[in-house]
Design a protein around this ligand. Sequence first.
Ligand code: ZN
Length: 431
Amino acid sequence: MVTRHAAALATAVILVACGGGGGSPVSQDPDTGAPTDSGTPSSPTTLTRTTSQGPTAERVADYLYSHASGGPWDGAHGEYTHAPGLVRFAFPPTVRMAASMTGRERAFAHYGIALVNRALPYEHHLQIGPDAPSVVAKDGGDLEGNVPHGEIFVEFHRDSASGRASPAVAHQEITHVYDDAQARWEKKVLLTGQVEMDSDFFDNRPDHQAISVFVHELLHTIGLQGHPDHEEYPDSNMADAWFRIDGSLPAIDAAGVLALYTRLPAEIEPEDLSVTDLGAWEEQGTNLTRSLSRVSFGVRHANGVTMPWTKGTDPTRDLADNTRLQGTATWNGDLIGFTPTLVGVQGNAEISISLATMDGRADFTALEHEDGSTWGDGDLGYTITVGANYLRSTGGDAGTVNGQFYGANHEGVGGSVERADLTGAFGAVRR
Ligand SMILES: [Zn+2]
C-alpha cells in the first residue's frame, strides 16, 4: 500500500494515445495465403523437442529501458514524454469490461487478455472480474477514485463523433514521488488502468486489427508505457500498435512482459535497470510444435514460462455466419504441452459448437506424458462460448481455454489450455 506524504507525492493520470492513422480499413486478403496442407498430420505418438532462439538479455533490457526512460517517444500525434520509471502491478490485476460492451467486443477483449496471459506464468495471469459500469473514466477524466486499485477497466465507446483524436487510448493512475537528488518526479506505484477503444473505428476493419491494438493498449496499462523505436524493434507490437498479432505476442513483447513481471521489482528507476536485473536468461527455448491443415500450434518454454502459440489464416466471416455449417460443428485434433517440470504431454482435442447458440465444448482426452503414462486422470473438459471467431472457456475443469478459428470457412481451430499443472496448445480440423 502507499502512504501519502505531503508534497513529495502526486498521483497522476497518464494518457497514451496510439494507433492513429495506421492500418488498413479494407478486409484482409482471401484465403490465398493459407499455409500449405502438410497432408499428413504428425504422428500422435511422437513428441519431438526442438529449440529456437529468442531475444538476448541485452535486447530485453534495452527494450525495457525504452519503456522506463520516460521518453521521448513517437506517438500518433507527435512526441510525448512521461516521468521516468518502470512500474508494474504488484499482484495480478483484475480486468473488468464495461457492461455496455457487445458480445463481439467482449470476444476481442477476452482473446487479447489471453494473448498477454500466454506470455506469463499461470499464477501471474491477469484475472477477469465482473462487468464494470460504463463511462466511469472517459478520457481519463474520472479515473482516480472510480477504478479500484489493482483493476483495469476496458471500454468500447461508440462515440467517434466526439472528436477524439485516437481510436484507442490507454490511461494509468500512477503514484509519483519527487526525487530531490535527481530533481525530478519518478513513477513509483501503478494503481489502476483503463483501455478505451472506438467501436465505430474498428467496426468495419478485420478483427485482428482491433485485437492487435487492444493488446498494445493493455500492455501499456500493465507497465509497458513507452513506444520502443520502430527501426530497432520492427517486430514489436509496442513499437507499432498495428503490428499484427496472430496467436501469440511478438517474441520481444512476450519477453518484455515476462521479465517485467517475473524478474524485476514492482518499481525501478531507468538508471538502475540493467541486464543483470534479468538474472540467468535463456535465449534458447524448448519447443513442441505440430502442424495440421489450416493450423499450426505449439508451446515454447524459456525463462520459466511455457508460452502457447497458434498460427493460421483468418476466416472470411464470423463462425455464426458460415451458412455451410448447421447443427453442431466438430473439430478434431491434438493437444501438446508441458507440465511445470517440462515433461511433455499430448492427447486428443475435440471442439464442438452449436451453430444455433455459439456455445459448446472443448474436450481433451487420452492425455499422456511422453513416457506413455497417463497425465492426471487422462482428460480435461470445458464448456466454451464463441464470439466472432474467438472461443473461450466458461466452465468445467480448472484452468482456461482460449482460441480462434482458422481457414476461410473455419476449417481449423487452434488455442491454449492453461492450468497450474499444464500449459498446452491445441489444433483441430473440422470433420
Ligand atoms: Zn501506444
